[in-house]
Design a protein around this ligand. Structure first.
Ligand code: URA
Length: 309
């Protein structure tokens, strides 16, 4: 159950960290963002954040910020959006109004480092009622390329809805449950737009793009085309509709910190039909806009609803 706290006479959903050591630190340096609690006034910079979108590429997250700014009239359409992570090229972060847009690189270790610092940033900035969405690309199973998948459950490569991490040499298993209501709302946004197909399904999160996703085109491969097809058919039977490399730790960490979270990824190809990305650059670019369009619609609906209330 999400936890809420009384603030200004209403119940607001707080962001949690669970680390007693943080209290005894004089300063918290968010090293990979090049931000810190002493060097920056984090509440002044970020307290109004209500939506956070995270995605792999810095360039895509910048263009998403510009798109939202123009489209929602949140700011001067000619304004420049500087990278708030100055002096580091690990991650990029952009802000317009209540939207924060952050890149996370590729794979579980990269997004996990970013999320530790993002969660602490939102906590130090005293943000409440924040919705976080990972927007990205994936390989589809049994879907037309370009289909957008809203994740119901993130599962591992054995189709288990959990994320296992080794801490102090021992496995710690965390739930990858996402916000069901948010997923339904996002699916509805896809239907509202009606410009591409949007489905809900399980997302398999792997540790690798090649052998981990049953590709036949990596530098190494010890299985046959038939083995690959059997594995993908098993994944499909377990409800998996797409494959990517970040959703499990994203879901686990957002759940631990009480953040409302969702994953929305477009499929770039149907993995039952091939492994290589052969579509043109323009077609792939068009596909990559789709999760952004869906989130833009969601944010617009939410902002309109809050203006009315
Ligand atoms: N990202 C993945 O992890 N796999 C794909 O097939 C495409 C994008």
């Amino acid at each position: 159950m999400p936890r809420c706290e009384e603030k200004n006479g209403t119940c607001e959903r707080s962001i949690y960290v669970n680390n007693p050591h943080l209290d005894s630190m004089k300063e918290d340096i968010l090293y990979h963002f090049n931000l810190g609690t002493s060097s920056h006034d984090l509440p002044a910079m970020f307290e109004d954040v209500k939506f956070v979108c995270v995605g792999g590429s810095p360039w895509r997250m910048k263009s998403f910020t510009e798109y939202i700014a123009k489209d929602l009239g949140l700011a001067d359409p000619n304004a420049e959006y500087p990278n708030l992570c100055k002096g580091t090229d690990r991650y990029a972060m952009f802000k317009v109004g209540p939207l924060l847009s952050v890149s996370h690189g590729m794979g579980i270790p990269s997004i996990s480092i970013m999320l530790h610092e993002l969660i602490k940033l939102l906590y130090h900035a005293r943000c409440t009622d924040v919705t976080v969405v990972r927007i990205g690309t994936s390989g589809g199973i049994g879907l037309k390329p370009g289909t957008v998948v809203v994740t119901k459950q993130s599962v591992d490569a054995m189709f288990k809805p959990s994320f296992e991490q080794i801490i102090l040499g021992k496995p710690v298993v965390r739930s990858t449950e996402l916000d069901g209501k948010l997923a339904e709302d996002l699916l509805k946004c896809g239907d509202d737009l009606g410009e591409f197909e949007t489905v809900i399904g399980n997302t398999m999160c792997t540790l690798d793009f090649y052998e981990g996703q049953a590709r036949l085109d990596g530098a190494f491969c010890s299985y046959t085309e038939e083995d690959k097809q059997i594995y993908l058919a098993e994944a499909y039977a377990a409800g998996v509709r797409n494959i990517e490399m970040e959703s499990s730790v994203f879901a686990a960490m957002c759940k631990l910190s009480n953040l409302r979270a969702a994953v929305v990824c477009v499929t770039l190809l149907d993995r039952q039909k091939g492994d290589q990305l052969t579509s043109s650059h323009d077609v792939l670019n068009d596909y990559q806009q789709r999760p952004q369009m869906l989130i833009r619609h969601y944010i617009k609906k939410k902002l309109n609803a809050s203006k009315k209330s």
